[in-house]
Unconditional design. Structure first.
Length: 571
């Protein structure tokens, strides 16, 4: 398609419009362009860039802090804006300087102070002053931590720290009070309440969680019934666990039976599991009857030779001298002696095994399952149409097989008292869908099976076909008509007697021959004056134009007269 020719044709068509039409079209185009520019410029300006010269100095200020910040800005003669509540904006070139200056003056004062209180040491501070500063710093740090929770907008912590004493009977435990202001439509969960209490108790020595009082901005006490809340959460968790496990077992049954039953919509399974959620732990000691030798000790004594004769009797000379034999000799040697002694000690160890067992979180006490399956459907043969289906119930063998599969899929234990019930019923929804299966449903099934997988590719092909048809049926015919109109206009406006300088020599010769022939017919002959003929033809043309458009000729003559009269007036 020749876009240059199309553009030229549009220019020609626009040139033939009246002034009113040109004005309307120009105004419409200008309005559309202006509207588009307005949309682009307006949508690109975000609220933060409307005032490009201003940036946020402080936000989320309390009314008291906002008043102090405004007063300081007015004192420093800094321009400011308040686009919304508790937000102050200043020129961006001074925002950081003013923020540091105002913060150094302790504004905003509603914020919590922490351990930065000890950054500067005061000369002459007493021990009482240090204790007060420490308590303020600890309260501020705890409040900052509590403020970081998403539901909390603002908090305040007060600590009661009694003086230490040497007497246990006079000792008073510390306590704390916490006040939280929550965002609108937000609340603290029981876990968050217990977390706040534990956070405060862990930061203060000897502080227990039961001595921490937590209230909201409405004065309502929070966390008084922690035990009840914990029991409620535990009960909810147990119920969720029970429901999840039952749903998992139901899905197992349906996935096992669906392939040969005819689909998941032809099987219904409901499982109930009874759990024992009590916590139990047991310790057992087991003694091994096989003895093990722990230690063994052996002692042995041995002595050889004769033992000396024992001398006894009444003290005197005889006992001192020793016994004598009957022959008068002084005494004989003792008799020969051999002495041996062996002692052994063996210690046995009794082996013992100690085992501690903690029961699982949830123990299954009993499982009951109810399964309902659909039957078979066959075409009726006794004078009925082919679309009518007859219900055929499953036989007992098939039901027993389904029962066995169900038990194995969910782990039924008969010794535990588990029970599975399987019944066969006619599903009305299935019967209706099978009975109404006509050509439309078959076509739909065919499309779903064979066409739907190729849809991602087909949609692009469909778009290409639509674009091709639009190009052939709309764009090309319109362009051809515009080009035809252009050629007709050019032929209409082209002068009949105009001869281009670029025409070939044959055309020139033909024109000259025709000219001579016309001259001979008119009787002009050799004495023909070409200039006179041009003058006559021009005069004839001017006469015709004067008859057809007298107003324009009169205006042209008047313009020539005025042009000739102007130099005369100047002279």
């Amino acid at each position: 398609m020749d876009f240059k020719a199309l553009f030229s044709q549009l220019v020609i068509v626009f040139g033939k419009l009246t002034q009113a039409q040109k004005t309307i079209i120009g105004a419409a185009v200008a309005g559309i362009i202006g509207f588009l520019i307005f949309l682009v410029v307006y949508t690109s300006d975000s609220p933060s860039t409307k005032d490009e010269g201003y940036q946020v100095l402080f936000e989320s200020l309390t009314p008291q802090d906002a008043a102090q910040v405004v007063a300081q800005l007015e004192k420093d003669k800094i321009p400011y804006k308040i686009p919304r509540d508790n937000v102050i904006e200043v020129p961006k070139e001074v925002v950081y300087k003013e923020r540091i200056t105002i913060a150094s003056m302790g504004i905003p004062k509603e914020g919590h102070v922490g351990f930065e209180l000890f950054d500067k040491q005061e000369f002459g501070a007493t021990n009482f002053d240090q204790e007060v500063k420490f308590r303020r710093a600890l309260e501020g740090e705890l409040a900052r931590s509590i403020d970081s929770l998403s539901p909390v907008e603002k908090s305040s912590v007060s600590l009661a720290l009694p003086k230490e004493t040497l007497f246990v009977s006079e000792e008073v435990p510390p306590s704390a009070s916490v006040m939280v202001q929550l965002y609108e439509d937000r609340k603290l969960t029981p876990k968050q309440i217990r977390g706040i209490k534990k956070l405060v108790a862990a930061a203060v020595p000897k502080l227990k969680t039961e001595n921490v009082t937590l209230i909201n901005s409405d004065g309502e006490s929070l966390g008084d019934s922690d035990s009840d809340a914990m029991m409620g959460e535990l009960s909810q968790m147990q119920q969720q666990y029970k429901t999840k496990e039952e749903k998992k077992q139901e899905d197992k049954i349906i996935n096992v039976l669906a392939p040969f039953i005819g689909g998941k919509d032809r099987v219904v399974a409901k499982v109930t599991i009874e759990y024992d959620f009590s916590e139990q732990s047991s310790t057992s000691e087991k003694y091994d009857p096989e003895n093990v030798v722990r230690s063994e000790q052996t002692s042995e004594e041995k002595r050889d030779g004769s033992s000396p004769v024992a001398v006894g009797g009444v003290p005197g000379a005889v006992s001192n001298i020793g016994p004598s034999d009957v022959n008068g000799s002084s005494g004989s040697a003792g008799s020969a002696e051999k002495y041996e002694k062996t002692t052994g000690t063996t210690n046995f160890e009794i082996s013992k095994t100690v085992s501690t067992t903690k029961m699982e979180f949830a123990r299954i006490k009993r499982i009951t399952a109810a399964v309902v399956v659909d039957g078979k459907y066959e075409a009726k043969k006794d004078g009925a149409t082919g679309d009518e289906m007859a219900y055929v119930a499953l036989d007992q063998t098939q039901l027993d097989a389904i029962t066995s599969l169900t038990k194995q899929s969910i782990g039924i234990d008969d010794a535990r008292g588990d029970l599975v019930t399987v019944r066969n019923f006619e599903f009305q929804a299935t019967k209706g869908s099978l009975g109404s299966k006509d050509a439309a449903s078959k076509t739909s099934a065919f499309l779903t099976t064979y066409i739907e997988p190729f849809m991602p590719v087909l949609k692009y092909i469909l778009v290409a076909i639509i674009l091709f048809i639009a190009y052939k049926k709309v764009i090309l015919p319109f362009a051809d008509r515009m080009l035809e109109f252009t050629r007709e206009e050019e032929e209409f406006e082209k002068p009949i007697l105009e001869i281009s300088d670029d025409e070939d020599e044959d055309l020139v010769e033909k024109v000259q021959q025709m000219r001579k022939k016309v001259e001979n017919q008119l009787g002009l002959g050799e004495g023909f004056n070409e200039d006179e003929l041009k003058y006559d033809v021009l005069l004839e043309k001017i006469r015709e134009m004067a008859e057809d458009r007298p107003d324009e000729i009169a205006s042209l003559i008047q313009a020539l007269i005025n042009e000739e009269a102007t130099p005369l007036r100047n002279t």
